[in-house]
Write a protein that binds this ligand. Structure first.
Ligand code: HEM
Length: 542
């Protein structure tokens, strides 16, 4: 049976959909509680098509409401699309939830890294890592984002030297994202924009396997001998060994090259004097000199995986949206030409790019990465009624599996005007739904606080591009600034045209990616204020 699945069906459509069509196997816990939760009506086999799971869940959300249950045989999971219930899960009672199914899938890859870690390990490691993302580090990273984007720009310049060229921009953003995360997290230059190496191949191999595991409903890889007998599992273990060896060497090197002046510069947050501005340097010098190498490796591996595809997907879908909206594109270009021109941006520039920031946020609203967050109750709980649920709330038992649908929240007709329309200006407007009697604070730009970007606070948990509460993304500022730097620099220099948006398609793994690549026509752009944008090679040399 396993052989048949692996060989025959392993590659079709969206595996998560198929997960729901099987009654007896898989990861999910037996149905534990939530007796009064509405059960979605419909055939689970409806999910077996090519449509991504999160889109199917949207239809049921519209029919069944912000808290509903999908039952399959003795098992069930609860789908949450209500901001007040999400606030309860992520913030008010977050200690009652772990990552459940997701942790089981990712543990073989990320070990006790922050995403799958048990609560005790998570508390210690989160406290150690978060201070690493301080302002001076992020400042240093922005310069690096610019340098790496210039490499992509050089590649595009070479490709378009003789005229417009067809390129897959999703692949270009993935390469750019990999190079950036390597340099920013452990000062390793993958050089994936220009080269291919065994380590890069291994990283992509492991990412693919993580995706396969999250979309395949029988955890056959846990069976004895599969790592020897199933070719893809053999390859996965070989890839993991290549990356582990690379990370172990980098950790060893960082430990062996500790220097007093580096440590002093780090203590003073003076990154102009720090030779290696990576997060690994900070952790080794400032926090974890004696930490077990395995834990450090798990942390680095987690950030490598969590920070790579996600940011690349944000760039991909932002470009996708922009190419279909001349009005928005023209406004972004006017802002970029006026504020950045041919320079490499610095951190402070983003305060002067309000429209560009909203454009990226709006793309993250329409294409959240990941589209679904996963939780499992580690003790009994009562979910709150939410906006219009059962006034008594919903008692659930220990072990209940929950899917928080960011896709549904971000496109909910109750929470947004014209939810499917790409309209960045919405983030300047107050929006509240009087129908909820003040229980939901609505979207309020005035509540954004000191953040440059709309977030879960300004939307009262209706917009969570980086999650929220205690498990919120630790790389949020790193990632959104990276996406903005890459986009403004490439948009300034090139014109991107998409012939057929429908041909792009959508597929899910850990993130939403295209089904067929983002194949676009790229040509040099001549900005209104310059004869030509400065060639990337010249900028790299200066
Ligand atoms: C967690 C999104 C980039 C590291 C998360 C979560 C989301 C998210 C939604 C919450 C997951 C949950 O609650 O289940 C994104 C997006 C990114 C991005 C959209 C890019 C635009 C990054 C980067 C890094 C990173 C660059 C590291 C350098 C992490 C880690 C966690 C996390 C370690 C787990 C935090 C914890 O459980 O304490 N991310 N992320 N992410 N992210 Fe990101």
């Amino acid at each position: 049976l396993i052989y048949a699945y692996v060989k025959g069906k392993g590659n079709i459509g969206d595996g998560l959909s198929r997960l729901l069509t099987d009654v007896s196997q898989g990861y999910f816990q037996p149905d534990v509680g939530g007796k009064n939760i509405p059960v979605a009506q419909g055939e689970l086999s409806d999910l077996a098509g090519d449509e991504p799971l999160f889109k199917a869940l949207y239809k049921w959300f519209i029919e069944s409401g912000g808290v509903f249950k999908l039952e399959f045989g003795p098992k069930a999971f609860i789908v949450i699309s209500d901001p007040l219930v999400v606030r309860h899960l992520l913030k008010e009672n977050h200690l009652n939830y772990d990552k459940g199914v997701l942790a089981e899938i990712l543990e073989p890859i990320m070990g006790k890294g922050l995403i799958p870690a048990d609560l005790e390990t998570w508390k210690v490691r989160r406290r150690a890592i978060v201070p690493g993302f301080h302002k001076a580090y992020l400042d240093a990273c922005v310069a690096m984002f610019g340098r790496v984007t210039l490499h992509t720009a050089s590649k595009l310049e070479a490709a378009t030297a003789a005229g417009p060229a067809e390129l897959d921009m999703e692949t270009e953003f993935l390469n750019l994202g990999l190079d950036i995360i390597g340099l920013g997290v452990f000062n390793y230059d993958f050089g994936s924009i220009t080269t291919e190496s065994p380590v890069i191949k291994a990283v992509y191999g492991v990412l693919k396997e993580a995706e396969h595991r999250s979309t395949f409903y029988i955890p056959y890889w846990n069976l004895p001998l599969t790592k020897f007998l199933v070719p893809r599992q053999r390859q996965f273990n070989a890839d993991l060994a290549v990356i582990n060896q690379c990370l172990n060497e980098l950790i060893e090197q960082a430990k062996n090259t500790r220097q007093v002046d580096d440590i002093e510069a780090l203590q003073a947050r003076d990154y102009s004097k720090v030779k290696d501005a990576s997060l690994l340097r900070f952790l080794v010098d400032m926090r974890d000199a004696d930490l077990e190498a395995k834990q450090m490796r798990d942390d680095l591996m987690t950030m490598l995986i969590a920070g790579h595809e996600t940011t690349a997907a944000v760039c991909t879908w932002t470009l996708f949206c922009l190419m279909q909206d001349e009005r928005v594109e023209a406004k972004v270009l006017a802002e970029v030409d006026a504020v950045i021109g041919d320079r490499v941006p610095v951190w402070e520039d983003f305060a002067a790019l309000p429209y560009t920031r909203m454009v990226v946020a709006e793309a993250m609203r329409l294409y959240p990465q990941p589209p679904i967050l996963i939780r499992r109750a580690i003790g009994d709980d009562v979910l709150p009624p939410g906006l219009n649920g059962d006034p008594n709330g919903y008692p659930i038992g220990k072990g209940a599996d929950l899917f928080i649908s960011l896709w549904n929240l971000h496109r909910s007709p109750h929470l947004w005007k014209d939810p499917d329309t790409f309209r960045p200006e919405r983030f300047t407007e107050r929006f509240e739904n009087a129908g909820f009697g003040g229980r939901w604070a609505g979207y309020n730009p005035a509540s954004q606080g000191s953040s440059l970007y709309p977030n879960e606070v300004s939307s009262d948990f209706a917009f969570l591009p980086f999650g929220g509460g205690a498990r919120k993304c630790i790389g949020d500022q790193f990632a959104i600034t990276e996406a903005c730097v890459a986009l403004v620099m490439l948009l300034r220099r090139f014109r991107f045209t998409l012939k057929d948006p429908k041909a792009v398609g959508m597929a899910t793994g850990a993130t939403i990616h295209t089904a067929n690549g983002l194949k676009v026509t790229v040509e040099r752009r001549v900005p209104a204020d310059a004869a030509a944008a400065a060639p990337a090679e010249a900028a790299l040399a200066s």
